[in-house]
Design a protein around this ligand. Structure first.
Ligand SMILES: CC(C)(COP(=O)(O)OP(=O)(O)OC[C@H]1O[C@@H](n2cnc3c(N)ncnc32)[C@H](O)[C@@H]1OP(=O)(O)O)[C@@H](O)C(=O)NCCC(=O)NCCS
Length: 172
């Protein structure tokens, strides 16, 4: 029987979120737009400033998935404060630890994120950006009805190779 649970992050989860982000950058360096080395050097103050909006629901939310008491998966939502973009929710930091992959955890988190944001009648669309290398993630987003609506060519440079970034969107 699955003992997978999902909950939103709060202030006490700051170390969990920081560790998950650093792990994500370490295990999947092509997947995100920042380098691990850029984030490891940051001060505690920087981390608090960056993470508090996620943990206080200040136009940002983070969802954690736990297998038992171990954090396995996460996903973030960003909401724009500009009137003209108040109908858009962006998905960020979608990540499952390697040892927990293929168990449907990300699917469950994304389902929860979509349901949660859709409770707000203002929200009419979801958007995200995904590196072209992340085929598992792209397939997963397509399963939720995300469409590939644009390509930013050579948007990321990792070492000496370039990676395209796809813009994916889902209307609700
Ligand atoms: C992309 C990523 C988040 C997917 O996480 P995940 O938790 O493994 O995803 P899921 O398990 O929900 O779905 C993945 C697969 O497991 C399958 N699955 C779903 N439920 C399952 C279950 N109960 N048992 C086995 N497999 C299952 C899904 O159908 C899917 O299969 P597919 O490969 O045929 O599409 C993960 O691979 C990851 O963290 N990648 C690196 C970071 C990344 O690319 N992030 C995206 C940034 S935009």
């Amino acid at each position: 029987m699955s003992n997978f649970t999902i909950r939103k992050g709060g202030i006490p989860d700051l170390p969990i979120l920081k560790n998950m982000m650093l792990l994500a950058l370490e295990t999947d360096p092509d997947a995100f737009s920042v380098m691990l080395s850029e984030y490891t050097g940051h001060s505690d103050f920087w981390w608090e400033t960056y993470l508090f909006p996620f943990l206080t629901e200040d136009r940002q939310e983070i969802f954690f998935g736990f297998e038992g008491d171990q954090v396995a998966s996460m996903g973030g939502l960003l909401f724009d404060d500009k009137e003209k973009k108040s109908h858009v929710a962006s998905m960020v930091w979608i990540y499952t630890k390697p040892e927990f992959r293929g168990k449907g955890y990300s699917q469950q988190i994304i389902t929860e994120m979509i349901n949660s944001a859709s409770n707000n009648p203002q929200i009419k669309k979801f958007g995200l950006m995904v590196a072209a290398t992340q085929t598992k993630a792209i397939d997963l987003y397509k399963k939720f009805g995300f469409e590939l609506n644009g390509v930013m060519k050579k948007e990321l440079k990792v070492g000496d190779h370039f990676i395209d970034v796809y813009i994916m969107e889902k209307q609700i």
